[in-house]
Design a protein around this ligand. Structure first.
Ligand SMILES: NC(=O)c1ccc[n+]([C@@H]2O[C@H](COP(=O)([O-])OP(=O)(O)OC[C@H]3O[C@@H](n4cnc5c(N)ncnc54)[C@H](OP(=O)(O)O)[C@@H]3O)[C@@H](O)[C@H]2O)c1
Length: 244
């Protein structure tokens, strides 16, 4: 099923997993708005998308908007700009996220708020702004990029794991709330993905997932028939380093 005629809004679409998702949705025919906080990453991301556009004459199918998901006024403006440019929104991908990994005793108050405000409150702001537009189209998708760490917490990542556990619960509750309006909510929980996210670990990272693996999962989800709702998806590297 082509996504031609559909409009997607991808937060944190300037690099990493979000950029791969934006590219895959464009490949499937959708028009795509991407957001990020920095002009530099947005510029690089939109240039990469323009270069990868599947056919000429689609340069207007990409919209790059500077918007911080922690600021609800900026989110509202970004959603309004997308609707003004493309006529509506069918697919919201809440991908923007940050990871700061430190023991709780060393985590600053600002770092705690940065993580929770981006990974959890930002998703609420985006859903709240987009839901009336999804309803106006008669339905749509919300895809939340969570993490396996929301189900399997680990040391030195309490704030991050808590933000993703909260996002898992938020997704499940929202899924039940809006499903009868034709709005389907999916929570994707990746394991380790090869991006610039978090601290780089020493050694080869060939075993990690590629951003394109998560993008493929998003495209698979939004092509499901109307009767079917894959509400939660875990996706992990098939051969991580063995634990000794
Ligand atoms: N990489 C992994 O191993 C992994 C595993 C599981 C889940 N995830 C989740 O996948 C998502 C994407 O991760 P990634 O690895 O692609 O990270 P990344 O490479 O660091 O990219 C993060 C993206 O989010 C944007 N962003 C950050 N803060 C933002 C904010 N406040 N408002 C709007 N945009 C913001 C960044 O652009 P700017 O810096 O310009 O704002 C960038 O486009 C995150 O939610 C992460 O928790 C990642």
């Amino acid at each position: 099923m082509s996504l031609s005629g559909k409009v997607a809004f991808v937060t944190g679409g300037s690099r990493g997993i979000g950029l791969a998702i934006a590219r895959a949705l464009l490949d499937e025919g959708a028009r795509v708005a991407i957001t990020a906080t920095s002009d530099a990453t947005l510029h690089a991301g939109s240039a990469a998308l323009a270069a990868a556009l599947p056919s000429a004459g689609r340069a207007d199918d990409v919209l790059a908007i500077r918007a911080d998901v922690r600021q609800h006024e900026q989110v509202d403006r970004a959603v309004a700009s997308t609707v003004e440019r493309f006529g509506g929104i069918d697919i919201l991908v809440n991908n923007a996220g940050v990871g700061i990994f430190r023991p709780v005793a060393d985590l600053s108050i600002d770092e705690w708020h940065t993580i929770l405000d981006t990974n959890l409150t930002g998703v609420f702001y985006c859903c709240r702004a987009a839901l009336p537009h999804l309803r106006a189209r008669g339905g749509g998708w919300i895809v939340n990029i969570s993490s396996l760490s929301g189900k399997h917490p680990f040391a030195d990542a309490a704030a991050y794991c808590a933000s993703k556990a909260g996002l898992n619960a938020f997704s499940d509750a929202l899924m039940q709330e809006v499903r009868h309006d034709g709005i389907r909510v999916t929570c994707i929980m990746p394991g380790s993905v090869r991006t610039e996210f978090g601290a780089r670990r020493p050694g080869s990272d060939d075993w990690r997932l590629a951003p394109e693996d998560i993008a493929q999962a998003v495209c698979d989800v939004v092509r499901h028939p109307a009767r079917s709702l894959p509400s939660a998806i875990e996706i992990r590297p098939s051969q991580p380093p063995k634990k000794s």
